[in-house]
Design a protein around this ligand. Structure first.
Ligand code: ADP
Ligand code: MG
Length: 582
């Protein structure tokens, strides 16, 4: 862990620029450690630069800095931070702008990361973050990293001067201060974000789990590039008349589009007709999106969780008996653990864990589901009698989930008609165009009985609470009390453990993983304990972040934390291979 004395935050003295210039001259050519002297606050003509942490050597993680601008210097229109939702949009706008400009302003030189300026800007989603913060009065704090320049392992004082005395102020002026703002652009981010929040908030009152506005653009550029697909081949979303609803927004007026009702919804259609793309649009709708993304007006209830099969994951003491019982070798599925789950057991465990965290809608795509978990048709029922098949397929639980527990499902299933009997709404995709075929689906189902026997033997009961053992969530590594690293957005290195997050499709930002790692430290340190169920730990973290902000997770106040949901926090804890449940 970074030692406290390298951190200057809290030390109130502010030195002036000539002192910084003189200091940089005096340490020029000395050992890299001399940079420690520049930690602290520096007064620039219209902002304060704070050098919060000085890296130990040119190859270490870059130094952490932030600037503070008063409301007068920032000059944001007051409408841009009138409400929390507007403020989030505006802050993301500034972070996007600063992050892009920082890449251009970087002056790579010398060894290691010398001269690199970086800010953790937003991706396509607009989520609360710590790169740029806007205070209630319109003052701005912007956090970034900078590779203090070195020649070999010596201080490159002149290069540092160019960066700190010219590049940084220039960057601040071009992206954060009054003349930098394009009021239309700022308003677009603020309004887009406010409208999305309003639409999401309206869903429960309309008994909807999701909404896709007419004109939305769902396809992405590639499987690994979340930016919108562009070009004449893109088919904009058009709602079928029978599912059309209109939602009121504070800025864009009345927005019309498709409402997906609560209950059991199927998305059917031929291969390559856009089913998975629609579902991915919906699962991303738990977040807001940046202007121009195409999904700005695609919103989903905040408690919707995408579930997929994830063979190989670890499962710790989860009661999956509602879906799977009588496993070979008499394994107890009411208290099921494995370091190496199968497709079906992993999917069952992920669903039960989502119940535990409070899910209100499950999203499943045939492309990433375990077939034997989803369906078991009549012929297979006859060939392999229930006594030899431990799985109660999802088709026999999905109605009950909604009718008895209020949990909706949206399922992409092009390949099995067995679900037609249990669906409330059936949406068909044909060449990216959507129609509602519920009526036909029910007629088809009536004409062609499946002949299946329902295989659930007892009512589904929601799981009993599990209490994680804090000692099993251990962030220590070597001599460090806390070691959290995120080498790529789908891997968390927590203490000595590597957690594979690639199946958590609703983790969309690396900063979420970092924040979740920190939240696990906080949870382990002060929230988990004998008799404290995981759901209550999630409540407590959620409350802390809501009340105190993401900064409550890390006293160093880094600029790379991004908001996360309780579902992803729970999912990461549940995937920790060291986890023990008391
Ligand atoms: P399915 O799940 O039905 O097999 P996908 O959702 O995977 O289909 O979509 C197939 C392809 O069509 C993908 O390459 C996707 O990017 C593209 N696509 C999806 N929706 C649209 C759309 N509205 N306009 C243009 N292309 C689309
Ligand atoms: Mg598909």
């Amino acid at each position: 862990m970074t030692s406290i004395d390298n951190f200057s935050r809290g030390d109130g003295t502010v030195r002036d620029l000539p002192q910084l210039e003189a200091l940089l001259r005096s340490i020029d050519g000395r050992g890299y450690k001399s940079y420690k002297d520049i930690a602290g606050k520096w007064s620039f003509p219209d902002f304060v630069l704070s050098i919060d942490h000085v890296q130990g050597d040119p190859f270490a993680a870059p130094s952490r800095l932030h600037v503070e601008l008063t409301a007068a210097v920032a000059g944001l229109p007051s409408s841009s931070y009138r409400s929390p939702s507007r403020t989030r949009g505006t802050a993301a706008c500034l972070a996007a702008r600063f992050a892009a400009a920082a890449r251009r302003a970087s002056v790579p030189s010398g060894s290691g990361r010398s001269g690199e300026i970086r800010m953790a800007g937003p991706g396509q989603q607009v989520i609360v973050q710590t790169a740029v913060l806007i205070a209630a009065d319109g003052a701005i704090e912007a956090r970034f990293t900078l590779g203090l320049p070195a020649e070999g392992r010596r201080v490159a004082g002149q290069a540092a001067g160019r960066l700190l005395l010219r590049a940084v102020p220039d960057l601040v002026h071009r992206t954060l201060s009054a003349d930098a703002h394009d009021p239309d652009e700022v308003e677009r981010w603020a309004a887009t974000n406010e409208d999305a929040d309003a639409m999401r908030a309206a869903l429960p009152g309309e008994a909807l789990v999701a909404f896709v506005a007419d004109g939305a653009s769902l396809p992405r550029r590639t499987g690994i590039d979340d930016r919108p697909l562009e070009g004449p081949e893109v088919v904009e979303f058009q709602s079928p008349a029978s599912l059309r609803v209109a939602l009121d927004t504070p800025n864009a007026g009345v927005v019309s589009g498709m409402g997906v009702p609560e209950g059991v919804t199927l998305i059917v259609g031929g291969g390559f007709h856009g089913k998975s793309t629609l579902l991915r649009g919906l699962q991303s709708g738990v977040y807001n999106h940046r202007p121009g993304d195409g999904r700005e007006q695609v919103v989903t209830v905040p408690d919707a969780v995408k579930i997929r099969a994830e063979d190989g994951r670890s499962v710790v003491r989860v009661d999956i008996s509602a879906f799977i019982d009588n496993l070979p070798l008499a394994r107890d599925t009411q208290d099921f653990s494995t370091p190496n789950a199968s497709g079906s057991t992993s999917q069952a465990a992920s669903i039960v864990e989502a119940f535990e965290a409070g899910v209100s809608a499950l999203f499943v795509d045939e492309d990433t589901a375990a077939t034997n978990f989803m369906i078991r048709d009549r012929r297979m029922q006859e060939l392999v009698p229930k006594a030899g098949e431990p799985i109660t397929p999802f088709v026999d639980r999905v109605r009950e989930l909604f009718d008895s527990h209020g949990i909706s499902s949206i399922l992409v299933l092009g390949g099995s008609g067995d679900y037609l009997d249990v669906a409330d709404t059936v949406i068909a995709m044909n060449s990216y165009e959507v129609t509602e075929v519920t009526q036909e689906a029910h007629e088809v189902a009536a004409r062609n009985p499946t002949g299946r026997r329902v295989e659930s033997t007892a009512p589904l009961v929601l799981p009993t609470p599990r209490c994680p053992d804090p000692h099993s969530v251990d962030p220590r590594r070597g001599r460090r009390d806390v070691s959290i690293r995120v080498p790529d957005p789908s891997t968390l290195l927590f203490g000595e453990h590597e957690v594979d997050l690639s199946a958590l499709e609703q983790l969309v930002d690396r900063g979420q993983v970092t924040a979740i790692g920190q939240a696990m430290v906080l949870a382990q340190d002060s929230l988990m304990g004998t008799g404290k169920p995981l759901a209550e730990v999630l409540d407590a973290i959620e409350k802390t972040v809501a009340e105190e902000g993401l900064d409550a997770l890390d006293w160093r106040h880094p600029g790379d934390l991004v908001g996360f949901r309780r579902y992803e926090l729970g999912a990461v804890i549940n995937r920790l291979r060291s986890l023990r449940v008391l």
